[in-house]
Design a protein around this ligand. Structure first.
Ligand code: NCD
Length: 312
């Protein structure tokens, strides 16, 4: 098994490695819930550099660190509040921040920003989301959520609904699912298709079947799991294009019930209007548990990169 230094993408990981990370994550349950204390990461400091807004990713990284006895330094709205405002490059920022922290999480609107940070920083770097490219910690926490909710991933049909073109978490979820003998139905209008080269890479692993449709009710009739995301407003250069895309796919409880099968409902959040609030008490709705699973995954990854846990 490899040791993990940076966590920029799920692509380099095998199924066995992803499963070992998820197994480790589940050992942190009581600590994540505050039922048990831990000093595993005492003396370690995590810096979060967020150039884009975040609720779950940043706060779950921070609570993961704090509940494991570590400490955090946070930059939010970093284009305005860090030296990026004065024109400092990512390369210079991370070579500075590594003097203050043992690991860095970066979220940035440029594709490849986390890779640049990892190239220049000696300390481990996590990709907390780069543009519409990848969001690997989200991808593996969603894989864990499916595994916890359904007990398995092989054999499932997953309908991925909405802005499949721009939502970075969808790319990372697809990278994770690529190792499983499952079926992914991409549900989107043709103009919001996932980048073809990303789909090809997923298919090339030879396990996951990937299909695309714009027929949402038909996809729901076959789905065991649904993964729905908001239309990513900030990725549209043309506001009129966003207005056209928004509201194309909305799911409510009646639609889920019309599918006539129990569907596990994931959403990386935030939700805008694509998922009705009447789904919240639908038995398969698990998006708030999903955000808890993010703490488990980030605890596992922090312990691994900081040398306090090992993959088997
Ligand atoms: C996602 C993101 O930022 O990519 N959110 C998250 O991290 N949970 C999805 C989104 O913003 O829609």
């Amino acid at each position: 098994m490899k040791t993990i230094h940076d966590f920029i993408s799920l692509k380099p990981f095998s199924r066995e490695e992803l499963e070992a990370i998820m197994d480790l994550a589940e050992t942190f349950e009581d600590i994540a819930r505050g039922k048990k204390q831990s000093n595993l990461l005492a003396g370690k400091v995590l810096a979060t550099l967020f150039y884009e807004p975040s609720t779950r990713t940043r706060l779950s990284f921070e609570t993961a660190m704090l509940r494991l006895g570590g400490q955090v330094l946070s930059t939010v709205d970093a284009f305005r509040t860090s030296s990026a405002w004065k024109g400092e490059s990512i390369a210079d920022t991370v070579r500075t921040v590594q003097n203050y922290a043992d690991a860095i999480v970066i979220r940035h609107p440029e594709r490849g920003a986390a890779e640049v940070a990892a190239k220049y920083a000696d300390v481990p770097v996590f990709n907390g989301g780069d543009d519409a490219n990848e969001h690997p910690t989200q991808g593996i926490l969603d894989l864990l959520t499916i595994r916890r909710e359904r007990g398995t991933i092989d054999g499932l049909t997953i309908a991925m609904i909405g802005d499949n073109k721009h939502c970075r978490s969808n790319y990372s979820v697809a990278d994770a699912l690529a190792h499983y003998n499952a079926r992914l139905i991409l549900v989107n209008p043709p103009e919001l298709s996932m980048r073809p080269e990303a789909v090809e890479l997923v298919r090339s692993k030879g396990h996951l079947t990937v299909e695309e449709t714009s027929d949402l009710p038909a996809a729901l009739k076959q789905a065991d799991v649904m993964y729905i995301v908001r239309v990513q407003k900030e990725r549209y250069a043309d506001p009129a294009e966003y207005e056209r895309a928004k509201g194309l796919y909305k799911v409510d409880r009646a639609m889920l019930e019309a599918a006539g099968r129990p569907i596990t409902v994931l959403h990386p959040m935030p939700r805008v209007d694509e998922l009705a609030e009447d789904v919240d008490d639908y038995p398969g709705a698990c998006y708030f548990r999903e955000s808890f699973n993010g703490v488990l995954i980030r605890m596992a990854l922090l312990s691994l990169v900081l040398g306090k846990a090992q993959l088997p």
